[in-house]
Design a protein around this ligand. Sequence first.
Ligand code: GLP
Length: 233
Amino acid sequence: MNIIKVKDPVAGGVAAFGIIKEAIAAGAKTLGLATGSTPETLYRAMVESNLDFSNITAFNLDEYVGLSKDNSQSYYYFMQEHLFKYKKFKQHFIENGLAGDLEAEAAAYEAKLQAHPIDVQILGIGLNGHIGFNEPKTSFASLTHVTNLTESTINANKRFFERVEDVPTKALTMGIQSIMRSKQIILLAYGAAKAPIIKKLLEGPVSEDVPASVLQKHPRVTVIIDEEAASLL
Ligand code: GLP
């Protein structure tokens, strides 16, 4: 894996944007996007740029089950606020967490993904090593699916909600195999809290106990980390 160490999240966003820009110049047509606080500086760099995304298709990794599009904690809402209200894309997709039949929604999303191979996938990482909402022990062969969030994830994400009871307990997420099909992957992580999981991602065994460790098997991954996230390497 290619590791880029940056001074701070702003520099990380600029570095990731540079890779995306280069990929688009080389013909990339489909981006995989992530939520969480980590990619915010990347989206700012995209918004502040004059790069044209109107020929680009975007897919988001995941969405909570049970939150409507206008709920400020839904990932749909996050993407509107941070990117899509400023930049026009050809089309952008995110799982529908209000679908009556969630299994059917997951299968339909997976089919759409397979019809639009992702050129560059952006990832953050959970404190427990999750990518998207693929929690520890998710099969490396998984496709888009419905998942139960772990206590660690619910606790990490409760800061965005008024009460811990308000944090959804289920989500729809691209699977590990769906993510690994991307031609190129950029994983972003900042801050001291991420240092132990970054060490496991880069130096630990490849194991379903640490979903992100699967990236060691991907031929084209760039990990962009600040000094704090790199502090245990
Ligand atoms: C969330 C998202 C992930 C994200 C992770 C880290 O649960 N589903 O895609 O990478 O948690 O979030 P943050 O960037 O806020 O640390």
